[in-house]
Design a protein around this ligand. Structure first.
Ligand code: C2E
Ligand code: MG
Ligand code: MG
Length: 647
């Protein structure tokens, strides 16, 4: 057998192919995995013999041992001289094979999991369901197809739950909550439903996947074998009832494993689960008879103990828990430290009911977590007041966002060389109806914890585009920056794609928009954030590193991320004086940024001396109260109309 002709692409596919195979094609088979070569050669001979097409899927040995899947598609053609020429194509189908494999795996998980899984169209119409789901709701998947999820609930789950589901999935691609299902025979059950959006390549929602877990029948947590939250809550009710009668107390400890996400990422989920299991075992060993240890959340445990006396007993227990967790965990050769923060609340001192006790312990845990790893805190009434205030503020913030009453101001950014107004930074403002102005430093993190940060971002983005549209006639190159928190960067792709589409729809050049991100984003760059950055990048949007110098300040990351500006943090600018350490630092940042082709914006310029020093070190742009305060859009446009000059 000989090979008279191969195309150029052939060598890409078969880097190990011998240079000349026209005389003897046998070495060609060495490009394939041995068993595949054997099968391929046999089927090719058979195809030639029987004069039919040759279709095979073969594994080719690629460079550095990475296999590629190759599909053959060839037809033999008999020549007058009795020989046979085979014309055909080799196609690289590695990606398709991988996708198929993934699909097969998920299909088998889908069929065999004990959780009910339902696949829905973006509007919530059921497309398919797995056997467990069929069993729970008592309908076959054929009977379910085309129905709405709410039909299953037979009017028991309140409509607002489905409404909440719809908006949350739309905004965040995710919802989790409880629904009540009724089977065909009338059995009613509470289920935890998790709905996640699946996105297509264009970033649009292609499907919704719902996973139902029954809350009624699970008594033991699958990972740790400990009682679940449900069981704990039942025992809490009983313990409080008993304590009420006997005049004793009940202590509830909530333990949150510190930075469990990191542990999971370091070890992988399987070993992470083993750590959780061992944490459970160690806690059980720390609790004497009569106590209950339960797993109440992904990385949260609870300990419930009836107790006779006061604080010191409980402190002993806390110390024992901290003690047993102090030793490292070694689920594999690699060992990790797993500390826990602990929040403690006591009946009847801190709360009169089971629900209130849970809430109090939870509030104490939040406070402990905020104080660093392995902290513990007893509930105090101040925590309660704070939690109430926070809840009230959350409600007000939701309203402000929904009503669009957050204001967006624009602070001028000036060219230090010419004094010209060339850019502005959008800064969001909340003027609370009764409490007055609240700093974004307070309400942006609050919005993040409420899952509302993308809504604020949408609002700001809209105002930025409005301003750019109006500024265009006055100064075509005028650019506006906006701040994007790390969490917002990780928001659903559709959020960002919608903004980019809006930019295009209004024919505003993307290069007039600058997104300010912090240094932390670079360090923790995860795939979702990287994809978001790419989405804006594709639309020519520029990037700036905000508060530069306060974080990691890594040059390597700067290059990797391909940003356009750094913004020197106001802490350095504020300390500028001749011969000061901050002067040397700012100079170093400017030189280094320029060497990487990045422009530099100095923030927080308050004095003429600072401005002069920055100008003399060739810092490109400046921003600060000396130059101008944050302005309304109308005030800013007025400055542009006047051709305002600074410095
Ligand atoms: P940032 O991005 O570093 O914004 C600069 C902050 O410095 C602004 O505070 C600005 O008003 C203030 N500032 C400007 N010039 C001077 C000066 O000369 N001296 C001093 N001492 N301060 C000056 P603001 O508006 O309170 O914003 C605080 C932070 O909140 C911002 O820091 C930014 O990280 C965040 N933020 C503001 N708006 C948004 C937003 O729309 N989305 C997000 N995610 N974050 C925002
Ligand atoms: Mg900023
Ligand atoms: Mg800043």
């Amino acid at each position: 057998m000989t090979v008279p002709y191969v195309s150029e692409g052939f060598t890409d596919l078969f880097p190990n192919a011998p240079a000349r195979v026209d005389a003897d094609a046998a070495p060609l088979w060495d490009c394939f995995a041995p068993e595949d070569a054997e099968r391929g050669e046999a089927s090719l001979r058979a195809a030639v013999r029987e004069n039919r097409p040759w279709h095979e899927r073969l594994r080719a040995i690629g460079e550095s041992g990475v296999d590629r899947w190759v599909l053959t598609d060839a037809v033999p053609q008999r020549e007058p001289d009795g020989s046979t020429i085979v014309h055909g194509l080799f196609t690289d189908v590695t990606d398709e094979v991988a996708a198929e494999e993934a699909l097969r795996v998920s299909a088998s998980v889908y069929a065999s999991t004990r959780d009910g899984v339902v696949i829905m169209a973006p509007n919530g119409t059921i497309i398919d369901a797995n056997p467990s789901f069929e069993a729970v709701v008592g309908f076959s998947s054929e009977a379910l197809a085309g129905r709405d999820l709410r039909a299953l609930s037979a009017g028991i789950t309140p409509a607002v739950v489905f409404e909440d589901m719809r908006t949350s999935v739309e905004r965040h691609g995710f919802w989790r909550g409880e629904i009540v299902t009724r089977s065909r025979l009338g059995a009613v059950a509470t289920q935890m439903l998790t709905v996640s959006a699946v996105y297509d390549d264009a970033g649009e929602v292609s499907h919704l996947v719902g996973v139902l877990t029954s809350l009624d029948n699970i008594h033991d947590d699958l990972v740790t074998g400990l009682p679940t939250r449900q069981v704990l809550e039942d025992r809490l009710v009983q313990a409080i009832e008993a304590a009420r009668r006997s005049g004793q107390r009940v202590a509830l400890l909530l333990l949150g494993v510190d930075r469990f996400r990191d542990i999971n990422e370091t070890l992988g989920h399987r070993l992470g689960d083993l750590v959780l299991k061992e944490i459970g075992e160690r806690l059980v060993s720390a609790v004497r008879d009569g106590g209950t240890v339960a797993r109440v959340g992904g990385d949260e445990f609870a300990i419930l103990v009836p107790t006779e006396a006061s604080g010191s007993d409980i402190e002993d227990l806390v110390e024992r828990c901290r003690g047993v967790l102090a030793a490292p965990f070694s689920p594999s050769e690699r060992s990790v430290q797993a500390n826990a923060s602990i929040g403690i609340a006591v009946y009847p001192d801190d709360a009169a009911t089971d629900a209130a006790l849970m809430l109090a312990a939870d509030q104490a845990l939040r406070v402990a977590k905020g104080e660093g790893p392995a902290s513990y805190r007893f509930f105090t009434s101040a925590m309660q007041a704070e939690a109430r205030a926070r809840a009230a503020l959350s409600g007000d913030l939701r309203t402000a966002i929904a009503d669009g009453t957050l204001e967006v101001l624009f602070q001028p950014v000036v060219s230090l060389a010419s004094g010209e107004l060339v850019k502005a930074e959008a800064l969001v403002r909340w003027d609370h109806p009764t409490r007055g102005p609240i700093s974004p430093g307070v309400f942006v993190p609050l919005a993040e914890s409420l899952g509302l940060v993308a809504d604020i971002g949408d609002h700001v983005f809209g105002h930025v585009l409005d301003l750019l549209e109006q500024a265009r006639d006055l100064q075509p190159a005028f650019a506006v920056s906006l701040n994007m928190s790390p969490l917002e960067l990780k928001a659903a792709p559709a959020v960002h794609q919608r903004r980019v589409s809006e930019l295009r729809r209004r024919s505003i050049p993307g290069s007039l928009v600058i997104v300010e991100i912090t240094e932390g984003v670079m360090v923790e760059l995860n795939p979702a954030a990287a994809a978001t950055i790419a989405t804006y990048r594709d639309a020519d949007v520029e990037f700036a590193i905000d508060d530069f110098g306060t974080g990691y300040s890594s040059m390597a990351y700067l290059q990797q991320l391909d940003v356009d500006f750094i913004k020197i943090d106001q802490a350095f600018v504020g300390g500028l004086a001749p011969d000061s350490g901050d002067l040397a630092l700012c100079q170093a940042m400017v030189v280094m940024a320029h060497s990487l082709n990045l422009a530099v914006i100095a923030e927080g310029i308050e004095t003429a001396e600072q401005a002069e020093l920055l100008r003399s070190m060739a810092c490109d742009f400046g921003q600060g109260y000396l130059l101008d305060r944050p302005l309304t859009a109308e005030q800013l446009l007025q400055r542009l109309r006047e051709g305002a000059r600074y410095l």
